[in-house]
Design a protein around this ligand. Structure first.
Ligand SMILES: [Zn+2]
Length: 143
């Protein structure tokens, strides 16, 4: 159970190299800030996941979401539980279902990469702290 708690959500890199100092470290549930609310100057909102480097404290952003990716993520999760339930009941999973699921997942990661490219380097305000950050994505987030 304790091991389970340390697992980071799917799609988040577990090994990160700090963009600033080069220190290699791992993301886990304790150091990862997951889908924190940010806004740009025109009020568009983003959910960004980040981890602070244990060596230099630099903020490494590792994933970006917005309304589109969150709703797609919901579909992916729903389909995943459906497939898992079928598997548990020893029902056959059709090739069509699997392909659909893979396509959805692929689409989600493409949307996230596009979003990262769009907001990388921009100034965004963190809603909870009301502070502005120049958002720099770690290169692990593009893989
Ligand atoms: Zn660092």
């Amino acid at each position: 159970m304790d091991e389970e708690k340390k697992v980071v959500p799917k799609g988040i890199a577990t090994n990160v190299q700090c963009t600033k100092c080069g220190r290699l470290f791992q993301t886990n549930k304790e150091n990862l800030k997951y889908q924190e609310s940010f806004r740009d100057e025109s009020g568009r909102s983003y959910l960004l996941s980040y981890v602070d480097c244990p060596n230099c404290g630099d903020r490494n952003f590792v994933q970006a979401d917005n309304g589109d990716t969150i709703s797609l993520l919901r579909d992916v999760k729903k389909d995943f539980s459906k497939l898992a339930a079928q598997k548990a009941k020893h029902m056959t999973i059709s090739k069509k279902q699997l392909i659909r699921f893979e396509k959805e997942r692929q689409h989600l990661s493409e949307l996230r990469i596009k979003l990262i490219d769009k907001i990388d380097g921009s100034l965004l305000k963190e809603v909870s702290s009301d502070k502005e950050f120049e958002v720099r994505f770690n290169k692990c987030s593009r893989e």
